[in-house]
Design a protein around this ligand. Sequence first.
Ligand code: G4F
Length: 329
Amino acid sequence: MSPAKKALITGITGQDGSYLAEQLLDLGYEVHGLVRRVALEMPEHRTERIAHLLDRITLHPASMESYPSIFHLISRHEFDECYHLAAQSFVAESFRDGFSTMNININGTHYMLAALRELRPKCRFYFAGSSEMFGKVRETPQRETTPFYPRSPYGISKVAGFELTRNYREAYDMYCVSGILFNHEGPRRGFEFVTRKISATVARIKLGLATELRLGNLDAQRDWGHAKDYTRAMHLMMQYPEADDYVVASGESHSVRDFCERAFGEVGLDYEKYVKVDERFYRPAEVDQLVGDSTKIRKQLGWQPEYTFEQLVKEMVQADLESIEKSRQ
Ligand code: G4F
């Protein structure tokens, strides 16, 4: 029997990291996670999404802002695959502090690539690209060949990370892939993102704990899928003999308003009675509409999403209802 493959996941405590860790463990991988030291010091808060996996994975403290800490970790383990998911991923925050976003997202990616090149040039590398790179879209739907036009420091940082990844692939003959993932959600999504903000507030309103939901631009349209389907796509890309870049998307676009309508409808409420538009949640520059064409990954790798938009919204609302009800018992 061949030895288990060793995978390193940066950002393992996040939504995608936690789903990917589960999937890799199910496939027989030895899973390692790079986490900030503070996560190990306060595991009950910072490792909530992977609490059920802690006895099956190995966590290592390191910082995306420190090349020596990344170099040290990579020097000590013979990783076969590295999934680089760690990032400052909240677009609105990137307008507030573009410098930190750039530092973590661009330098962090560069540190990972440089350390792998130096120590483990055969380790496969996955970069978490984003549909935010398309920004003010140049064509619809967006595919691998669509030019980028990022509209936020976050989007700009992801374009830089994407280009770095491609450059390491071409310049040093390393196996480096980028997934250009459209929005992907689920019950483990952070509360700052619009879908979880909606599902959590719908549950609180239904249970009498809140009376309104304050949101920004209701007309923005996104191509929303389930994070579990998208982490599966990450692993698939890394198994193909040649490294390449792939768009991962559902191909359907819905507005924030549609999401609200469906989420409130799930508990028998009319969103118009509860949703209030609040200027504070508008962004200095908005990405109006995203919709992806994922023909390449579907045809080349046989990827298919299992969740529909309707199932995604339902699962998120139900999970938030259950979690509040449980916390009340
Ligand atoms: O949920 P969002 O914050 O996600 P956004 O900005 O599309 O970015 C997410 O998806 C990207 C992939 O395309 C990732 F790369 C990125 O890391 C992140 O996961 O906002 C979605 C839309 C925006 O148009 C925003 O203006 O919802 C609109 N919106 C309206 N009211 C709001 C709100 N967004 C948030 N977070 N909060 C609001 O109250």
